[in-house]
Design a protein around this ligand. Structure first.
Ligand code: 4AD
Ligand code: MG
Length: 457
């Protein structure tokens, strides 16, 4: 259909005084004896276009005025009667699709919980439309950031035979039902599609390392899958994962890229989504714009895990989970560090090797690895990464200690055999980033169709 985007009608001066055709959904409608007013949204902008219908001059089918109806309007774009915007004086209004009164998106404020039950319609609300416009802008900024730094974009496999994080959180990929005549698990997998146990990848890192140790700097941006049974506001079974991997790099450079990337993305969202951000600031998280401006302009803190434990132990009565050197940091600990102690994003580095993955560089102390987590207020961990163990023998030893099946990591180990280099990278949970910049408190509200335990709507 030939028509003008409402965003352009509102923002491009060339359209003022012109005859236009616009399409959209009726978001509000008011009626008086002489005039009807419609606010129309086509998704292209946060602000809606006001349509003015002179009832003496134009007879409009009543269905066109109903909330949620889709219409196509022709008319002249003029300066608004009130305020300094523009409005469209309609000369024709055609109904595209009527919308019965059972339309679940009514004008009165509905709850996010209710909207979660209608994921196919919730994007027609201000909140969700704004979230997904921000999400799109952030995704494009990710590609721009890495392109400007000459990182190459890689697409790593989603179906994999090796478990990257080693925490037993893989979804299995199979075409074969279990039959009682299989004598062992091994026999079962042998008969399966790939002939071995296969699953959905929890991370593109292992293949990312393959690419980085040839192309130097790479990143991936795709879905990762985790079958973790955690029904929290920060976990999904399917999430989008940004994973740069950098050759000839040690932990400080990896942290520097992470900090630059986060600041770049925040800047892009603030600059490119001013209306959405004003909305989030007013209705979702008061002060979020100031918070993000502050983050974009200040240095992130750095704290050693051992130091973090000392800090947390002094306040141990505040926490549900005990704090001891060697324990994994719980969300409450992470949030205390970033929200109360540092009041800004903080990198926690050098974790005990027992609580981190096999591939992390073993520090000379023999107890810790060169891991890094970035914690941010309101969320906790938003990025996890490390320098990688580049020494063949040390890597094998770490795998043996974890009783891993070394034969299925031959390719990964070869990278340490043939021209091994110091390298590393990190993973940003894209939904956690979108939560952080919009102030949305539940990860299910920043992805189109959330997948989580017992939920695949
Ligand atoms: O800390 P994680 O598990 O690290 C890795 O997967 C590494 N292989 C990354 C790397 O070094 N290339 O995950 C990285 C990030 C987390 O910090 C978190 O933001 C996000 O991915 N994440 C999740 N987001 C939503 N739902 C889940 N279930 C997530 N699990 C991890
Ligand atoms: Mg992690």
């Amino acid at each position: 259909m030939k028509h003008t985007d409402i965003y352009d009608a509102l923002n491009k001066e060339e359209f003022l005084g012109q005859e236009l055709v616009v399409c959209g959904w009726v978001r509000t409608s008011r009626d008086s004896s002489q005039v009807s007013f419609l606010e129309l949204s086509d998704g292209s902008s946060f602000t809606r276009l006001q349509i003015v219908i002179d009832k003496n001059a134009l007879n409009v089918e009543p269905e066109c005025l109903k909330l949620g109806a889709s219409v196509c309007v022709s008319g002249k774009l003029v300066k608004a009667f009130k305020g300094d915007g523009v409005e469209l004086n309609a000369s024709a209004v055609a109904l595209l699709g009527k919308c019965p009164a059972e339309y679940p998106i009514q004008k009165k404020r509905t709850t996010l919980e209710f909207l979660r039950t209608i994921p196919h319609l919730r994007l027609r609300t201000n909140t969700f439309a704004a979230v997904f416009r921000v999400r799109s802008v952030a995704a494009q900024a990710i590609h721009r950031f890495f392109a400007e730094k000459r990182f190459y974009y890689m697409n790593t496999p989603l179906i994999t035979g090796s478990d990257c994080e080693g925490a037993g959180e893989m979804f299995r990929v199979t075409t074969q039902p279990w039959k009682t005549d299989f004598k062992s698990e091994e026999e079962y997998y042998k008969n399966d599609f790939f002939g071995v146990k296969a699953g959905l990848s929890v991370s593109g890192q292992l293949e990312g390392e393959v690419a980085a140790t040839a192309l130097g700097k790479i990143y991936t941006f795709g879905p990762s899958f985790r079958a973790e049974n955690s029904n929290t506001t920060r976990h999904l079974a399917e999430f989008w994962h940004v994973e740069p991997e950098i050759a000839f790099a040690e932990l400080p450079e990896i942290m520097q890229i992470a900090e630059e990337m986060l600041k770049y993305l925040i800047r892009a969202v603030l600059d490119e989504c001013p209306e959405e951000m004003k909305f989030f600031d007013s209705f979702v998280e008061k002060g979020i714009i100031d918070k993000l401006e502050h983050v974009a302009n200040s240095e992130f803190a750095v704290c050693d895990y051992t130091e973090a434990i000392e800090i947390l132990k002094k306040e141990k009565d505040r926490f549900e989970f005990p704090v001891e050197w060697g324990c994994d940091l719980q969300s409450e600990h992470e949030r205390y560090l970033t929200e109360v102690v540092y009041k800004r994003p903080v990198f926690v580095i050098n974790y005990p090797k027992e609580i981190k993955s096999f591939y992390m560089l073993q520090n000379p102390d023999g107890k810790t690895v060169a891991a890094v987590d970035l914690l941010v207020p309101g969320i906790g961990e938003i990025i996890g990464g490390s320098q990688r163990e580049a020494d063949y023998d040390k890597l094998i030893a770490a795998m043996r200690a974890r009783k891993m099946d070394i034969s299925s990591y031959k390719q990964y180990l070869d990278l340490r055999l043939f021209g091994s280099v110091p390298h590393g990278g990190f993973g940003l949970g894209f939904e956690r980033f979108v939560m952080y910049v919009t102030g949305m408190e539940n990860i299910r509200d920043v992805i189109l169709f959330p997948r989580s335990v017992k939920n695949i709507m």
